[in-house]
Structures are given as C-alpha cells and as structure tokens.
Design a protein around this ligand. Sequence first.
Ligand SMILES: *[C@@H]1O[C@H](CO)[C@@H](O)[C@H](O)[C@H]1NC(C)=O
Ligand SMILES: *[C@@H]1O[C@H](CO)[C@@H](O)[C@H](O)[C@H]1NC(C)=O
Ligand SMILES: *[C@@H]1O[C@H](CO)[C@@H](O)[C@H](O)[C@H]1NC(C)=O
Length: 285
Amino acid sequence: MLNSAILMMFLYSNFVSLTDVEDSTEFQEKIYKGKDVTRKGAYPYFCSIQIPNDSDVRPYEHYCGGVLVERNIMLTAAHCLINASLVSQFHILPNYRHSRLIGKNDPIFKVKNYVIHPDFLKQRPMSMYDIAVVQLDRPDTRTNARLQLASRRLPVDTKVKIIGFGITENTYLSEVLKEATVIIKDDKKCLDEKTGFEYAPIYNFCTQNSVGAGGCYRDAGDPAIWEDSRSNISYLYGVLSSEQTPCRKFHTDVFVNIFAHFKFLNDVFIQFSRDQFGCPKPFNY
Ligand SMILES: *[C@@H]1O[C@H](CO)[C@@H](O)[C@H](O)[C@H]1NC(C)=O
Ligand SMILES: *[C@@H]1O[C@H](CO)[C@@H](O)[C@H](O)[C@H]1NC(C)=O
Ligand SMILES: *[C@@H]1O[C@H](CO)[C@@H](O)[C@H](O)[C@H]1NC(C)=O
C-alpha cells in the first residue's frame, strides 16, 4: 500500500544502507537540481542536524535539516527524532557559511528538550503530523538567525524556496547548501499523483518545479521559505516530510503546512517558556 518510497525512506532511513544506494544506479539518480547558495549570510536560520559517524576525518554527518524559529527553538520533521538515543547524540550546526562540515570554531548546539507532534504515527497518513519542536541547549546569539512563521495560507502556484544538504544528482550529500524554487500545487493534484504516497490535504502541501528540483535523501526537516515581495520579509511555510522516490523520476515534495499546526506549535512554545521560568505548580489541595 504505502509505496516503499517516500516517507519510509526517511522514516527508516537506517534501513537504506549506503551500500544499497551506492551499488545501484539510484546513486546517479539522486537529484536536488538546486543551485549552490553563495550569497554571504543567506539563510542563517537553517540548521544541519548531524549524527555521529565513526570516521576520524568526519566524526559527524548530516542527517536532517531544521530551522530556527526562535534563538533556541528549531523546527524539524518528527521522523528525524523517532530514535531517542540518537537525538541525545545530535550535533546541530546552524548555517554560518553554507557548509555542512563542522569547523573548529563553529558553535555546536545540543538538544535540551523536544516535543514530537502527539498524533505522529497514530494517524495515517504519517506525513500529516510529521513535525516536531526542538529546544536547543542555548540560544543562537546572531540577531537575524530566526525565521518567522507564515501567518496566512498561501495560494496555489505561489513560489517557495527550499534549501538543504541532501543528496544531489551527482554526490552523496551536498557539501554546499543548495536552494531551489518550487511551486505549491493544489491539494487535488497532490492527491492525484498516482505514485502511492500519502498526502493529507490542508495539513500538507506539495510542491514541484519544471526542472524536477526537489528534496531527496536527508532533506527531511528542510524549510519551505516564502518571501513576501512587498516587504522582502521571509516566512517559514513548511517543513519537508517526504518526497516521491526515486527523486530523479518524480518531483513532488510533501511538506507539513506550518499554518495548519499553529495550535501544536504554540502549545509547545508555551510549555518551553513555562519550563524555563519555572512557573509555580498548581496548588495541591
Ligand atoms: C560515515 O561516513 C562515511 C563517508 O561519508 C560513510 O561511508 C559511512 O557509511 C558513514 N558511517 C555511518 C555510520 O554513517
Ligand atoms: C537508535 O540509535 C542508536 C544510537 O545511535 C543505535 O544504536 C540504534 O541502532 C538506533 N535504533 C534504531 C531502531 O535505529
Ligand atoms: C525588495 O528587494 C528588491 C530586490 O532586492 C528591491 O528592489 C526592493 O526595493 C525591496 N523592497 C523593499 C520593500 O524593501
């Protein structure tokens, strides 16, 4: 039923071994077809979530994307956090210079606390609630390193940017942050994609673009960014959950729609703030 593809590729990414990927022609199929981000200081709020790798040269490797919405609060896909023992080992690298390689002087953040959407994995489709909020161990002190949440629903055909370090057409993971402009499709078209992937209208939105750019392996958690051309202010509109695979062949990405999850996000923000200020417990009779 649920086509092997998509969500599961991320969800059970541990089962997609590197040898599988490298041995098959799939390796050549991976796309992002994005452009390198070269503008200095662009997307400071993007985060590379990294997991340990036993290699001496690169002890950590990129695993998922994330986005800072407050100085110490990052949003990502819920399925990036399903392995609690892995979460405790995360190194989070905010975007200082469009590289996923951790430099000697880079500040590395750890996870202090996190909340996965309570309905994730309890309801199909799984992409519906594939969102989580992570509290970092300390704030990122850069003043512009946060992205505001979009406060309205965007119409079909709106262009959004996606950015990430996932695999590209010709490498395993991209060394340089990549970006692509994609277009929001209507719910009907997203549902009509007869490729077996699950899609929840309203809770999700899907995107495509004419050259087939899109997310691929290890792009989960990447933000969809909308820039309001009247003000030039950028907003977070979605968090990447899944895409049709192979990415070479299909070009539809499924995002969790931030606009549909305000209540969850606000509840978690309030919970984190209360924890931080040590609010008094309710009086016990
Ligand atoms: C560590 O990185 C190397 C090179 O990128 C890769 O081949 C290897 O599979 C990675 N190990 C783990 C445990 O992910
Ligand atoms: C969860 O992460 C730990 C620590 O990296 C790893 O040993 C374990 O195999 C993972 N569990 C699953 C189900 O992937
Ligand atoms: C937005 O950016 C464009 C291109 O950089 C610029 O021409 C325009 O004046 C900016 N608008 C505002 C409101 O800042």
